[in-house]
Design a protein around this ligand. Sequence first.
Ligand code: HEC
Ligand code: HEC
Length: 493
Amino acid sequence: MTGHAYNSVRRCRTAIAKAIFTVGTTTALGACSAGDQTGDSGTPTIAAPTAEPVRVALANSPQSATAGIVFSYDATKGGTAFTGTALRYVVTFAPSANGLTATNGRIGGAPTVAGFTTATIVATDASGASVSNAFPIVVFSADLAAPTLPVTPYTYSDATSPLPAHFTLAVGGGRGVGGSVVAADNTPASNVTTDAGAALGRVLFYERRLSVNDRVSCASCHQQQTGFADTARLSRGFDGGSTGRHSMALQNARFYTRGRFFWDERAATLEAQVLQPIQDATEMGMTLDNAVTKLTLSSFYAPLFQAAFGTPDITSDRVSRALSQFVRSLVSSSSKFDRAFTNVTTGPPNFAAVFTPQEQLGQQLFNGQAKCAQCHETNAHLGDDVHNIGLDATLTDVGAGLGRFKTPSLRNVEKRGRFMHDGRFNTLEQVVEFYNSGVQNNGNLDGRLRGPGNQPQRLNLSQAEKDAIVAYMKTLTDDAFLTAAKFSNPFPR
Ligand code: HEC
Ligand code: HEC
């Protein structure tokens, strides 16, 4: 078909070339009608002005190029991209040529940097009538590869990778110091985690193609070995810019009852949240359309979307659903703390069997006198709500309003390196000292952090007690989670 069309147009063009040469009138140019294309091209027919109007016949689709590698593409599609007669072609590039050149509609040259270039080809006929067709040339970074996925897929769903009993049964006491997290699950019925959905989500989570210049992925700011947080106070986006707040750890995000995301809870659902970093001007710098275009041009994605959603179609909604499934699969349940449950077959957890005396003291203080468990609760160590904890007497960031911020899960908190929404503390010792003696008075300070006379609490903990609380928090480090292959980077490095 294409070959036929190509030939047809060529023969017609030959006729017109002669027409221009021999007749030199625009009337003659109209002679190359559809009928002429199959006829004798030797002599142009000078007839009624039935010039075929110039219009787009076969629009160009997005094209894939690689930075530093010569790109060659005929935007006229061998003369089939447009109908019309005696067409001349001009290609322009926006926002810049990025090393590309064009001659007569043929694009060449080696693009310099990864990113999007819009090519616009304008076809003009001899009468001066013109039409244009714009399409993206996606320049990928040269150091990208396809992911390596296991022959036997990893398990992520509740059916294949069940939650431990101490997460689902009300063992170990009430909500504050135990209790089932099932009721806290923010998984919507419309996006239940499947093995294939989370497997796709894992690839997307580590996908640098989701940033405009292929420099950062979600995992750049949410690193597995830190509990999917970042040890930097502020994280770096695709162009080196700093994020406005400290990155958040992601394990057990599935069980934040309020189901809202970000330090200030500005995302109403996880499904809404995961698309925001992609579009954030500092973080990944993309549009969702461009993200879908880049994934569509990467051939390994169609089978992954097919497996996850039943058809190979790539949409931003599916990207959102798969990323959310992966984030919800990040359940940490195999720390030293958890062994107190898994070591016993029936009855309450046996902390004495797994904790040192110091860790046991820390646990008692955490659940009791120091009041930590009033906000950091359940066996999954979830945050309950947003609170103003009195970090500052005068607010510099209002967070969710009134200086309230989301309470993080304390799972793997030891590995985070920086603490609080602005990453102001470097050590857990500083955090505990803050709760012990540093809580600032302000009108919106949470009542749980007030003491006698409504003043900010002063816990008056001894050094041994402060050390014990830190030691207890370190029992929440889950090395199996932090090194699990199913949560790791599938791309070769
Ligand atoms: C450039 C660094 C950066 C990148 C890239 C990034 N994030 Fe984040 N992420 C952050 C920061 C910073 C926050 C906290 C921002 C805030 O609350 O204002 C955050 C918050 C989150 C939260 C909220 C957690 C909670 O408990 O409320 C989730 C979920 C999340 N990111 C997932 C992702 C996903 C998925 C991607 C990739 C599509 C991604 N992030 C890419 C830095 C980044
Ligand atoms: C009134 C509720 C409340 C109480 C009580 C409370 N916290 Fe917090 N905790 C929070 C909130 C809210 C944040 C996040 C605040 C922010 O970043 O602005 C937080 C943050 C933290 C962090 C930093 C986590 C991170 O990812 O940066 C640690 C560690 C922590 N709390 C430990 C404790 C300990 C230990 C105690 C007891 C001594 C305690 N908390 C008592 C609500 C509470």
